[in-house]
Design a protein around this ligand. Structure first.
Ligand SMILES: Nc1ncnc2c1ncn2[C@@H]1O[C@H](COP(=O)(O)OP(=O)(O)OP(=O)(O)O)[C@@H](O)[C@H]1O
Length: 262
C-alpha cells in the first residue's frame, strides 16, 4: 500500500518546551492507526499536524506527496470528528448543516433541489450510522451512543479520505462502546477510510487498529521536563488478533487489555 501521509523529522515546540521530537512516519492509505501514550505526550498535537492546524516547528508533513497547507480541511479529505452537535437542531438538521456550510459557506442555507439533495444525503448518512428512526430528535433527547453516532455522521457526510478521531468513545458505557467499535469498523471498511484514532484504552487500540503507535519521551531531564519531547516509542503493525507487549501496557499505564481482546 502507498503512503498517504508522511511525516519527516517533525518537531513541535512551544517556546522552550519541546512537545514532539524526531517523528518520522509513513502511514498507508486504508490503515486504521490507533495512537496511544500517556497524558501530555502530544497525541492530539500529532492529529492537529495531520489536520494542518498545527504547523511543525521543524520538519515536513506530506499528504499524498504534497506538503500540508495550513488548515487544509475537508477539501484535501481530512476531517476531524469533534463532538460538535448543535443542541437546537434536530439530528437531520445537524447533518444537513455540515453540507450547507460546505456548499454555501457564507449563508449556510441551500434552497430548492440543492436543499432536497442535502436532506437526502444527510438522511442516508444517518441511516448508515443507525439513526434512520431519529431524524427529528434533538441531541438532548438522545443517549451518549446516539450522540456519538450523530457526530460520526456529521464527519462522514464530508466524505473524508482521512478521518481523525480524538478519544471518540471515552465517555460511553462498555456496551455502547462495543456497538461503536462494530460501527466504526464497518464504516472504515465500507468507505475505504484511513483512520487515525487517539485512545487511552490500549485494548481498544489493539482491537480496532491495523497499526498501533505509542508516543512517549525517550529522554527525561528531571530538572527540566520540558527539554525533551515525545516521539514514537512503539510502532506495531497488526492483524487484529495481536496482543500488546506487556512493556507497552505498563508504559501507557492501562489495565490489562488482554482479557478484552481475547
Ligand atoms: N498551544 C499550546 N501552547 C503551549 N503548550 C501546548 C499547546 N498545545 C499543547 N501544548 C502542550 O503540549 C503537550 C501535549 O499536548 P497534547 O494535547 O497533544 O497531549 P495529549 O497526549 O493529547 O494529552 P491527553 O492525553 O491528556 O489529551 C501538553 O503538555 C500541552 O500542555
Amino acid at each position: 500500500m502507498s503512503a498517504l501521509i508522511e511525516l519527516r523529522n517533525i518537531w513541535v515546540e512551544y517556546g522552550d518546551k519541546i512537545v514532539l521530537e524526531r517523528v518520522s512516519l509513513q502511514l498507508a492509505e486504508g490503515s486504521f492507526v490507533a495512537v496511544v501514550g500517556p497524558s501530555g505526550a502530544g497525541k492530539s498535537t500529532f492529529l492537529r499536524l495531520i489536520l494542518g492546524q498545527e504547523p511543525p516547528t521543524r520538519g515536513q508533513v506530506l499528504l499524498g506527496d504534497m506538503p500540508m497547507r495550513a488548515e487544509c480541511g475537508p477539501d484535501r479529505g481530512v476531517v476531524f470528528q469533534r463532538y460538535s452537535v448543535f443542541p437546537h437542531l434536530t439530528t437531520l438538521r445537524n447533518v444537513m448543516f455540515g453540507i450547507e456550510c460546505g456548499q454555501a459557506p457564507f449563508t449556510a442555507r441551500l434552497f430548492g433541489a440543492q436543499r432536497r439533495a442535502a436532506r437526502d444525503k444527510a438522511a442516508e448518512m444517518l441511516a448508515a450510522v443507525g439513526l434512520e428512526h431519529s431524524l427529528d430528535v434533538y441531541p438532548a433527547q438522545m443517549s451518549g451512543g446516539m450522540q456519538q453516532r450523530l457526530a460520526i455522521a456529521q464527519a462522514l457526510v464530508k466524505h473524508p479520505r482521512i478521518l481523525l478521531l480524538d478519544e471518540p468513545f471515552g465517555a460511553l458505557d462498555p456496551g455502547t462502546r462495543l456497538d461503536m467499535h462494530a460501527l466504526i469498523t464497518r464504516l472504515w471498511q465500507e468507505h475505504g477510510l484511513t483512520i487515525l484514532m487517539v485512545t487511552h484504552d490500549i485494548g481498544e487500540a489493539f482491537k480496532l487498529g491495523t497499526r498501533v503507535l505509542a508516543f512517549d519521551k525517550r529522554r527525561h531531564d528531571p530538572h527540566a521536563p520540558h527539554r525533551f519531547g515525545a516521539t514514537v516509542t512503539y510502532d506495531l503493525s497488526l492483524d487484529r488478533k495481536t496482543l500488546p507487549p506487556p512493556a507497552l501496557v505498563e508504559a501507557v499505564g492501562d489495565t490489562d487489555p488482554r482479557k478484552e481482546i481475547a
